[in-house]
Design a protein around this ligand. Structure first.
Ligand SMILES: [Zn+2]
Length: 253
């Protein structure tokens, strides 16, 4: 893995208008790992993908993660100081799921035996055009059921009774917890406690979006002040860029 070069990351950001959120994140991973094929990246489980996204995030923006949540009871704004290490620890499977077992999970509940695999970006892409969330989640689950039996009778992944579906979803979350990192929060205002899901992909993308807008702003200021090209500005190290920006802004003031 490498730090995606600024020009490439800006390119990913620009192309993202034509991409789904799932594809955007794959494009970020591809920029950080040019040797990996798109298919190999798309075949990572969502948890594996998110662990990699956290590593990309560390390289781009450091390990400190500042997030904001709102207390559901009293609407107090709660600032969270997290770091990527803690998020990775929260994301670790309790019993470890390796490549061999991620495709061989078994749920045995209420007389139903279900063999399943963990969802990947390929599965998310397959349902990304489905507007109805309930239909999308049923389709996703059915895709991940390798085989299911009630007693000796085989049943389709889309025909599992409700309690069995719940058990399947719970088993997936347990086996691939990075896809579903929950944070336990306490409100400093009212003492209320609640949980939020930390979505590493959405969080990183919002940071890349803000970074791209800031970068374009910097290019605009420096190109105007010095006649430099975008490539010239992007080639500057962060300290030199800050210094030139300060000089350009002092001159404009
Ligand atoms: Zn509160």
């Amino acid at each position: 893995m490498r730090t995606p070069p600024a020009a490439e990351l800006l390119g990913v950001w620009e192309r993202a208008v034509d991409l789904t959120p799932v594809e955007r994140l794959l494009a970020v991973l591809a920029a950080a790992d040019p040797d990996a094929s798109w298919d190999a990246l798309a075949d990572l489980t969502i948890g594996e993908r998110d662990v990699r996204l956290l590593a990309v995030r560390e390289r781009l923006f450091g390990s400190a993660v500042a997030a904001v949540a709102r207390c559901p009871a009293c609407a107090e704004r709660v600032e969270l100081a997290l770091d990527t290490d803690a998020l990775r620890l929260a994301a670790r499977p309790p019993h470890g799921v390796d490549g061999a077992s991620r495709d061989a999970l078994v749920v045995d509940v209420a007389g139903h035996v279900v063999h399943l695999r963990l969802p990947t970006s390929v599965d998310l892409l397959a349902v990304s055009a489905t507007a109805d969330v309930e239909v999308a989640s049923r389709t996703l689950l059915a895709r991940c059921v390798v085989a299911a039996h009630h007693g000796d009778v085989p049943i389709g992944g889309d025909a599992l009774p409700e309690p069995v579906r719940h058990a399947v979803v719970a088993r997936m979350a347990e086996a691939d917890p990075a896809g579903d990192v929950e944070l336990a929060l306490v409100c400093p205002g009212c003492g209320g406690r609640w949980h939020v899901v930390f979505d590493a992909g959405a969080f990183l993308w919002s940071e890349i979006d803000a970074w791209a807008l800031r970068t374009i702003d910097d290019v605009h200021v420096l190109a105007t002040a010095y006649g430099w090209s975008e490539a010239d500005v992007l080639a500057l190290g962060p300290r030199r860029r800050r210094q030139y920006l300060a000089l350009a802004e002092a001159r404009l003031a």
